[in-house]
Design a binder for this molecule. Structure first.
Ligand code: ATP
Length: 310
């Protein structure tokens, strides 16, 4: 049985080196918050399964081949709809714009049957994000069913709020995500997403955290280059970011989740789980791509004091 199951949409990811309107070299990869976490965990040697729906096209095959090549077990269904895409366009020197082509995508056809297949052998942890419930009514039903299955099976639920403004408004996101967060054991959010995890947003973030700690064992707040904090009923643990020369911020959050969950699976104390999260976040920002730069277990010690990966 896998230690972790993640369920979500993975997209073909196109990274343009210049202005797409006049044609420019593009590099192709895959991207998806849940599969990024799965790859991070697999690279650290954990047994992890990703479940999702892909199109019957080259991008769909790229997704399953890449995940399998990374050692992720896949529970993927293939349908006639096209695999969705995310397109990153560099606007030099540093700005990156993002376009999605995911409406009516294969990945958004996720449904209850996919959850049954994914959870057939119960894992220790089920990892979900607040992206999936925004994709379609069937994907929302799938997320709810996955949490139901996890609670029947005694599986811990980890939810990363992961608000995507292209998919829905903050008010819509809160109305859907807060009830899901109310059933999660571990809630992960960035500073500005914390208010989406609770029904009644408060100007004091501590109120939201206390509400969530009524049922959750930990609430983790990611703060980019300022590091991250974990809140539990026993108190609070802060970690600094690991100094690194950042070249691509995309994927840091997913990398952090992979590192944190890896520490949890290894039975490490909370502070060490947070440190492993921060270390993986640093690896992610130090390399181009969402997940390509994530470390193998033997690479964990390779980020030196100067922030260089050797
Ligand atoms: P994204 O959505 O871009 O993946 P996020 O907002 O979910 O990111 P962040 O808070 O940006 O997540 O990053 C997660 C973790 O990665 C941080 O808590 C930090 O430890 C690490 N990290 C992020 N940015 C940097 C950076 N510039 N240098 C070093 N570590 C970083």
């Amino acid at each position: 049985a896998p230690e972790v199951v993640t369920i979500g949409e993975t997209l073909a990811s196109l990274r343009a080196s210049g202005d797409l309107r006049v044609a420019t070299p593009v590099s192709l990869s895959i991207a998806g918050a849940e599969s990024n976490v799965a790859i991070g965990l697999a690279r650290l040697g954990h047994a992890v399964r990703w479940a999702g729906v892909v199109g019957d096209d080259a991008f769909g095959r790229l997704i399953t081949r890449t995940l399998r090549g990374e050692g992720v077990q896949t529970s993927s269904r293939t349908i006639a709809s096209p695999t969705g895409m995310i397109v990153f366009t560099a606007r030099p020197p540093t700005a990156i714009t993002v376009d999605y082509h995911r409406r009516a995508s294969a990945g958004s056809a996720l449904d209850l049957a996919d959850v049954e297949a994914a959870m057939a052998d119960p894992p220790r942890i089920l990892h979900l994000t607040g992206i999936t419930p925004a994709l379609s009514p069937s994907a929302l039903a799938a997320v709810r069913a996955a949490i139901d299955r996890a609670s029947e099976q005694g599986v811990q639920v980890c939810l990363d709020v992961n608000y995507r403004s292209r998919l829905w408004s903050r008010a819509e996101a809160r109305a859907t995500i807060a009830p899901l967060a109310a059933r999660a054991d571990l809630i992960i959010a960035s500073d500005d997403e914390l208010g989406l995890a609770v029904d009644v947003p408060s100007t004091d973030p501590r109120t939201g955290i206390d509400t969530l700690l009524g049922h959750a064992t930990a609430v983790i707040v990611k703060r980019g280059s300022h590091g991250a904090a974990a809140y539990t009923r026993a108190g609070e643990v802060q970690v600094d970011a690991v100094a690194v020369s950042a070249i691509d911020p995309v994927g840091a959050g997913d990398a952090f989740v992979a590192g944190f969950l890896s520490g949890t699976l290894d039975g490490l104390p909370l502070v060490e789980c947070m440190q492993r999260g921060a270390l993986l976040g640093a690896f992610a920002v130090a390399s181009i791509g969402d997940w390509e730069g994530l470390p193998l277990r033997t690479d964990l010690g390779r980020l030196d004091e100067e922030g260089v990966i050797r």
